[in-house]
Write a protein that binds this ligand. Structure first.
Ligand code: HEC
Length: 226
């Protein structure tokens, strides 16, 4: 289906109308004046009023950055090329190499992280990376041993092998390692409207956890590549 800005405006208007109807049903006064034209602002206000801080889950999560706002506005349609390019460059500028220079950790630890979807909910005590899983299986197939995986992202089974990574210390592996690190750090570096969490940029994982997940993807001994 073709989605357009007007469909969204209609959806917002319908939501507002439904709320007004619900308010009328429970005996509240429904707004007497004609609806305001700025449905985007009304919807934003409604969202803001519908949520409240709870534990570590705070309403500032509703605040969109420039790329989130542009991608919401585009509603699944491609962004204008120049805008996409600018947002990708801004995302790439956030990427930091691992502080200790170690891009590849332990794939066994990476596998545990990939299977672990814990973290960032209001019942979690802290938002520190140490308390988070990496949640990769929620969106990607990685190893064939895991029977439960999501398909929002492409299958990553054979990720390193398919890219010819046989020796992690080789010059041919280097650009693939650096690309993969940047993708994990801030997926919007290569795709302005990526739906993948920005693990490094948003401090969801620390450098060591990222290196462990990198090993899962790239180590020839990892179940991803065997
Ligand atoms: C919420 C869903 C989601 C989660 C969680 C997620 N990803 Fe992704 N990932 C995607 C989507 C969607 C794409 C494809 C679009 C894009 O390139 O950004 C993708 C793309 C990728 C790519 C690029 C593939 C290529 O061929 O270039 C890699 C590598 C990757 N993900 C690794 C991971 C790893 C490792 C994890 C866990 C640390 C992870 N992803 C968690 C959604 C997710």
């Amino acid at each position: 289906m073709q989605t357009t800005r007007s469909t969204r405006t209609v959806a917002a208007a319908t939501a507002i109308a439904a709320l007004a109807a619900a308010a009328a049903l429970v005996g509240c006064a429904s707004p007497a004046s004609a609806p305001a034209a700025d449905y985007d602002a009304e919807l934003a206000a409604m969202m803001k009023a519908s949520f409240h801080d709870r534990g570590i889950a705070t309403v500032d999560r509703l605040v969109q950055d420039a790329s989130d706002a542009a991608c919401s506005q585009a509603m699944g349609q491609p962004l204008p090329a120049a805008l996409a390019e600018r947002l990708q460059q801004e995302a790439a500028a956030t990427v930091r190499p691992p502080a200790d220079g170690r891009y590849i950790g332990d794939w066994r630890a990476g596998e545990k992280l990939a299977q672990n979807g814990r973290g960032m909910t209001w019942t979690d005590k802290s938002a520190a990376p140490a308390d988070n899983g990496a949640n990769c299986y929620n969106c990607h197939q990685l190893a064939p041993q895991e029977i439960s995986f999501g398909t929002i992202g492409p299958s990553l089974y054979g990720y390193g092998k398919q890219r010819g990574v046989t020796d992690l210390a080789s010059a041919t592996a280097k650009p693939i390692i650096e690309y993969t690190w940047a993708k994990l750090y801030n997926a919007k570096s290569y795709n302005a409207c990526s739906g993948m969490p920005r693990f490094g940029a948003h401090r969801l994982l620390d450098d060591r956890q990222m290196a462990d997940v990198m090993a899962l993807l790239l180590d020839p001994q990892s179940p991803v590549n065997r």
